[in-house]
Design a binder for this molecule. Structure first.
Ligand code: KG4
Ligand code: ZN
Length: 348
């Protein structure tokens, strides 16, 4: 089943064509340059940029996959969570295409998309591993941090989530404090800076480490960073920039690892998957690989860089599993965005 998928949940205008787990095209118009000068995503600007670029991105996705709407079996779109007015643009376009070309519509949860990004294959079907359940899934993006127990396709038990900021958001805000307000997104910038830094330079807390819950929290860590920087002279800060970045990145990654370890112990599941924008971080990958290996388990990440962050291919792959169960949107006109949708809210 060939699916044309659309995601406009935040600041990337994305469209893709998928066939089962195979990604035939995965196109993006990144709005980073538009939002950079504001130090974060400005919803109105995001909506306008989505409107300006959606047609072009959809066309590119079809062209790259060498198909037209005639060859497409279904349209898929992210209905939430995300920025409401941004989501609306993708939903309107998906409804329009679905009605105009008489194709069924699948509504996909953005976080479910991040889960399915780890199962993606290239157009030749690689990597070609079988999907076996259960999986322990850690989702680390800019808006969400979640620990899921995935019992089967489309079946999630939320074991823990963030009580305040998401891990990506904590990295973004930390980067603004460490470098300056114009850094966006901060995760990749911190990663580069941290590369040769001394990760034990600052003594920062490991949030929630003593809690038996599998939830995450970053407000205490951010405050600790704020105090540490406030007590530092500017030239001192500049001199030790790499060390500060490395210490902060380590604290964020440690906090994820602590919960991963607890979740593995509690569930006795050692088959792990990690998705979301922060999963692009090489330091995080190295640390998780080492931890899982130590426990005799296995871990998968999105197979190519483009599948870590927001993209539409992941939406198409998840949609295929929903479509196999006949979960198409019944009343296309009535499909609405849901900015705070939870991974277990289903729309069909
Ligand atoms: O999944 P994503 O693209 O969007 C959301 O759904 O939120 O995640 C974006 C987040 C941002 O916070 C960004 O700083 C972070 O992913 N990120 C990274 C890296 N690349 C992106 N964090 C750490 N290291 C990276 N290399
Ligand atoms: Zn995302």
């Amino acid at each position: 089943m060939k699916i044309l998928a659309i995601d406009t949940s935040c600041d990337d205008t994305a469209a893709a064509v998928t066939e089962g787990r195979k990604v035939l095209s995965n196109e993006l118009y990144s709005q980073i340059l538009i939002h950079k000068k504001w130090g974060g995503v400005v919803p109105d600007l995001a909506m306008r940029a989505h409107q300006d670029h959606i047609d072009e991105v959809v066309e590119r996705a079809l062209k790259k996959a060498k198909v037209t709407m005639k060859n497409i079996d279904a349209v898929a779109v992210t209905y939430g969570p995300g920025l409401a007015i941004a989501l609306g643009v993708g939903i309107a376009k998906a409804k329009e295409l679905s009605l105009k070309h008489n194709k069924p519509l699948v509504a996909v949860n953005h976080m479910e998309g991040h889960v399915y990004s780890v199962f993606a294959q290239n157009s030749k079907g690689n990597p070609d591993f079988e999907i076996e359940f259960p999986y322990l899934v850690l989702l680390v993006s800019g808006g969400h941090t979640e620990m899921l127990l995935m019992h089967d396709h489309l079946k999630y038990e939320v074991l823990g989530e963030t009580l305040d900021d998401a891990a990506g958001e904590a990295l973004d805000k930390g980067a603004r404090m460490i470098i300056d307000d114009s850094v966006y997104p901060g995760g990749p910038v911190l990663e580069k800076l941290a590369h040769e830094g001394d990760e034990n330079f600052l003594d920062l807390p490991r949030p929630m480490s003593r809690s038996a819950e599998l939830d995450f929290s970053y407000s205490g860590l951010k405050t600790a960073l704020l105090y540490a920087l406030r007590d530092m002279a500017d030239e001192h800060k500049a001199e030790y920039l790499h060390d500060i970045a490395a210490s902060y990145q380590k604290a964020v990654v440690d906090s994820l690892l602590i919960k991963m370890r607890q979740a593995m112990k509690r569930t006795h599941i050692d088959r792990v998957a990690v998705g979301g924008g922060v999963a692009a971080n090489a330091y995080l990958r190295k640390r998780i690989r080492a931890e899982v290996k130590k426990r005799g388990g296995s871990v998968i990440f999105p197979p190519v860089k483009k599948l870590n962050g927001d993209n539409a291919a992941m939406i198409g792959i998840a949609a295929c599993f929903r479509a196999k169960k006949g979960q198409f949107v019944k009343k296309i006109d009535e499909l609405d965005r849901d900015a705070r949708a939870d991974i277990n809210t289903i729309r069909f």
